[in-house]
Design a protein around this ligand. Structure first.
Ligand SMILES: *Cc1c(COP(=O)(O)O)cnc(C)c1O
Length: 276
């Protein structure tokens, strides 16, 4: 029998609530989304229509952030249909990914590492079974080490490692991430030099507690600007470069602004106890 924590939370209801909200936000976008499919080639020929591309962006990927929550909570979300999960402490990611119940009940789980990556932990993270993506690459040095480590991994992975570049849009010292102005350069570097990495896009955490009565969140504006300049510099369709932004308190605002990956923890799993 599963042991329940005292502060029991209905994970399935939390997940369904978040998915419903995502659908609602998407519905508020103009209806042209599915009516037109515009390839990037077509767009480059007919620039005036390029705004439509933003509008028809696909449904965002929901990453359920399970940090500090027990394996049972992960299994509960998985059984309700969730597949992508995020963790930001290496040891916790390792433990959960090897948990016998998760291994038995969640064969198609996909883990995202969303925490700060220290060089001495790279091999630990890369050895995680069912690792899908590292969302926090923020320097050439780290990217180069990840590329080398992935190429040496045994048994050899069949696909390149999916990564996002973490950008420190709020400029806070405590946050990791590369400065927005340096992000296109890192993008270029990874794309042209590191063939064991599959660079999927960009990510930000941003300042906490933004007051939305003051208008759009400047961190989201900043990330979307980086997104634009990367897409333009590499002639990429905007939906081919992922944008990971938005958490429990603002994932809907983030989606309105163009987010394609949202990382949601407490709205799915309940509040976390403060770290001692
Ligand atoms: C904890 C965490 C989240 C989720 O935060 P919630 O407010 O619980 O949704 C998202 N992204 C990162 C990087 C986190 O560390």
């Amino acid at each position: 029998m599963l042991r329940r924590t005292m502060a029991e939370f209905d994970v399935k209801a939390g997940l369904q609530h978040v998915l419903k909200r995502i659908d609602e936000v998407l519905l508020q976008r103009p209806k042209v989304r599915s009516a037109f499919y515009l390839s990037s080639l077509w767009l480059s020929v007919w620039k005036p229509l390029s705004f439509l591309q933003e509008i028809q962006a696909a449904k965002p990927l929901l990453v359920a952030v399970s940090k500090t929550k027990p394996a049972e909570a992960v299994i509960e979300a998985y059984e309700a249909g969730q597949r992508d999960f995020g963790e930001n402490y290496v040891q916790e990611l390792e433990e959960k990914s090897r948990h016998p119940d998760i291994l038995a009940k969640c064969p198609d789980i996909r883990w995202h590492f969303i925490g700060h990556m220290q060089s001495n932990k790279i091999n630990k993270v890369l050895s995680v079974k069912n690792l899908r993506m590292i969302q926090t690459v923020d320097s050439e040095k780290l990217a180069t080490k990840l590329d080398a480590a992935w190429s040496k991994l045994q048994p050899a992975p069949t696909d390149p490692l999916e990564v996002l570049i973490q950008i420190n849009t709020s400029g806070e010292d405590v946050k990791s991430g590369i400065e927005p102005k340096d992000a296109p350069g890192l993008y270029q570097f990874i794309r042209s030099n590191l063939k064991h990495l599959n660079l999927r896009g960009i990510m930000t955490i941003g300042a906490f507690g933004f007051d939305y009565s003051n208008g759009p969140n400047p961190d989201f504006v900043s990330l979307m600007k980086v997104h634009n300049s990367i897409c333009e510099a590499h002639s990429l369709a905007s939906d081919s470069v992922l944008v990971s932004m938005g958490m429990s308190n603002d994932f809907d605002k983030a989606i309105e602004m163009g987010s394609t990956v949202v990382r949601v923890g407490s709205s799915i799993f309940g509040h976390r106890a403060a770290k001692a």
